[in-house]
Design a protein around this ligand. Structure first.
Ligand code: ZN
Length: 127
């Protein structure tokens, strides 16, 4: 489902830089049936469709940024917001005390499957 459906054509839509055909842009703009666990002006949170753990959430900026490689100094507030949102979600889903991982996969070799920046929140194991 999440194949390579990316086009290079981009445009602005309501101030949000969007890449045509990007599944995470569509989810962030609520153009799909994906249930959002949290949303605010800058980001959305939803469950990974192929979870690697009992809890596996994706924290996704509304702004289309391809990967960590494309971040600039201007994106620092956004990246901070992603991390704080992840921490808040960890509390929300009950893994704050048991622990969790926060992970950015970067480009194909780093395991990135969707080329729209996203932070994985992974946890819920019993250890
Ligand atoms: Zn996108």
């Amino acid at each position: 489902m999440l194949g390579n459906i990316f086009l290079t054509l981009s445009y602005t839509n309501g101030g949000i830089f969007m890449e045509t055909g990007c599944i995470f842009c569509s989810i962030a703009q609520e153009k799909t049936a994906t249930e959002l666990l949290y949303k605010n002006h800058n980001l959305v949170v939803f469950k990974d469709i192929k979870p690697h753990a009992p809890v596996h959430l994706l924290i996704v900026p509304k702004q289309h940024i391809r990967s960590i490689n494309d971040l600039t100094a201007d994106d620092l507030p956004l990246v901070s917001e992603l991390i704080v949102a992840a921490k808040n979600m960890a509390i929300e889903v009950g893994v704050k005390e048991t622990g969790y991982k926060l992970l950015f996969n970067v480009e194909r070799g780093g395991g990135q499957m969707v080329f729209h920046l996203h932070l994985h929140l992974i946890g819920g194991w019993i250890r």
